[in-house]
Design a protein around this ligand. Structure first.
Ligand code: NAD
Length: 282
């Protein structure tokens, strides 16, 4: 069965639009910092801006040249930290190689850190504390599983990929001793041995690798839920996931498509986090 991330994201966005509509006076504001001219990043920023406009959230894109110094990026972030009409700040990744991602992330006010990458929010997430901003992609996966009534508690979740953006935070969220979490989580990565043996033991398999159609039918436990986070652009312009959708969907119990799965959920969570930032700061 298809897990329709796009449809669920649209429902969430409609709820957010309703809530934003009720706000009289200043609307929630998101600032996106875009450094350089990476075409994929430019496309992601355009879609975030469009999504904001659809729900009535104000968005501001700060475009900075690729050659900018670290201190100047931090200066721009500090101005946004002080700006009372901005509730949420995100820096579009990846950054040009000369800019230190961790210093830039740490410069964002943790109360406006909608991507949840600031060390304070990462720490709170790991500790299972309430009130942290959770990163949008893993949060979107968790919400999609819940809204699709996929059991998580006590299930074996195998996540392939250990990035700070997807794999690590998703593991931190799903392993918490909390309702709708309580999963047994295994993280696999490029050095993992006998990957297929591991993936075949997954009740929920999450692929966040960045390799087109890496996950094949033989790697799936029949009936498992398969979440495809990968976004890979082929030379002909098509977007495909990390999962060989056609063959895997023959054995999986539930599966997300690419596009139309985790991508739209990520955007919906960005809007949700922005509204939360607004409500927290009121
Ligand atoms: P990353 O490049 O930081 O990490 C990739 C991970 O895959 C690494 O941890 C690596 O160890 C693992 N890996 C690589 N080769 C492997 C192999 N042969 N066997 C097992 N593991 C292997 O990537 P990321 O930022 O986490 O992104 C992963 C994918 O998800 C990309 O395609 C990216 O575009 C996509 N993504 C999508 C969204 C979304 O909104 N849908 C958000 C973030 C990332």
């Amino acid at each position: 069965m298809l897990l329709n991330g796009k449809a669920i994201a649209q429902e969430i966005q409609a709820e957010i639009a309703g809530q934003v509509h009720q706000i009289t006076g200043r609307k929630p504001g998101l600032a996106v910092v875009l450094v350089g001219h990476n075409p994929a990043s430019q496309a992601y920023v355009r879609s975030k801006k469009k999504a904001c406009a659809l729900v009535g959230i104000q968005s501001l894109v700060i475009e900075l040249p690729a050659s900018i110094a670290l201190s100047d990026v931090i200066y721009e972030i500090e101005k946004l930290n002080q700006n009372p009409s901005i509730d949420a700040i995100l820096v579009q990744l990846p950054l040009p190689p000369h800019l230190d991602e961790s210093q830039i992330t740490a410069a964002i006010d943790p109360n406006k850190d909608v991507d949840g990458f600031h060390p304070i929010n990462v720490g709170k997430m790991l500790l299972g504390e309430e009130g942290a901003f959770l990163p949008c992609t893993p949060l979107g996966i968790h919400v999609l599983l819940q809204k699709s009534s996929i059991p998580i508690e006590g299930q074996h979740v195998v996540i392939i990929g250990r990035s700070n953006i997807v794999g690590k935070p998703l593991a931190a969220i799903l392993m918490q001793k909390k309702r709708h979490c309580n999963a047994t989580v295994t993280i696999a990565h490029s050095q993992t041995k006998n990957l297929a043996v591991l993936t075949r033991s997954a009740d929920i398999l999450v692929a966040a690798i960045g390799r087109p159609h890496f996950i094949k039918k033989e790697m799936i436990q029949p009936g498992a839920t398969v979440i495809d986070v990968g976004i890979n652009r082929l030379p002909d312009g098509r977007l495909i996931g990390d999962v060989d959708f056609e063959s895997v969907s023959e054995v999986a119990g539930h599966i997300t498509p690419v596009p139309g799965g985790i991508g739209p959920m990520t955007i919906a969570m960005l809007l949700q986090n922005t509204l939360r930032g607004y409500n927290d700061q009121k």
